[in-house]
Ligand binder design. Structure first.
Ligand SMILES: [Zn+2]
Length: 130
């Protein structure tokens, strides 16, 4: 239920941020948790197929990429440095191993990070429209 406060201000009921973030992490609609969040790898649906929530207006911008790089960088650099101290590999093998790990992690994390950001943005009502 939306309660109008003044002509320019709309007060919405509180939304659970963590619930919306968990649903986004699973590529589900942050509102109902049943509808798909993406229609392609990183392309969100315009409206939820289950509850008709308008999701196409939410702009995550570069937040998902930032989170993906943050996590992937810490894991792969930590793993590479640990491997170098414990069991050093030849340089070409190390480059191949950690490049592949970095690529796989980035591709796996990016849509999940975008789901997290869309869920959080939806829960806070900050769509970026204004
Ligand atoms: Zn929904």
């Amino acid at each position: 239920m939306i309660v109008e406060h003044t002509p320019n201000m709309v007060v919405r009921p509180a939304r659970n941020v963590w619930s919306a973030v968990r649903r986004g992490l699973r590529h589900r609609c942050p509102n109902c948790g049943r509808g798909q969040l993406f229609r392609a790898y990183l392309k969100p649906v315009e409206t939820c197929s289950e509850c008709a929530e308008n999701l196409g207006r939410i702009r995550a911008d570069d937040g998902p990429a930032w989170l993906t790089v943050l996590i992937t960088g810490h894991v792969t650099v930590g793993a590479a440095l640990t491997m170098e101290m414990v069991h050093p590999l030849p340089v070409p093998a190390s480059i191949a191993l950690f490049s592949g790990l970095t690529l796989a992690m980035a591709l796996a994390l990016l849509p999940r990070a975008k789901g997290v950001f869309i869920g959080a943005i939806w829960a806070m009502g900050a769509t970026g429209e204004e």
